[in-house]
Design a protein around this ligand. Sequence first.
Ligand SMILES: [Zn+2]
Length: 102
Amino acid sequence: MKQYIEIRCRHCGADDLVKNGRSENGTQRYRCNECGKSFQNEYSYNAWKPGVKGQIETQTINSSGVRDIGRNLGISKNTVISELKKNSCRSESVFHAAGRRN
Ligand SMILES: [Zn+2]
């Protein structure tokens, strides 16, 4: 199965990106073909591990703050927020996720 990871430019939001080496801590860097700026995709590695999305939803139901969720999962709070925005249109599945905590 092909895994699709969506990464967008931090500056202009374009998805036309090229890999641009790695930073000292091994984080993938990208350069945007649209605006020419480079940025570091520091949080995507953890954020897109299987199960993390569900954990964001579950922890939100338990009324954890986004900062706490990010800290628990080892991802940026911005990632948490963007996940929550994406998921707000399908609240039904959020409830299902909350129902099966491990
Ligand atoms: Zn850009």
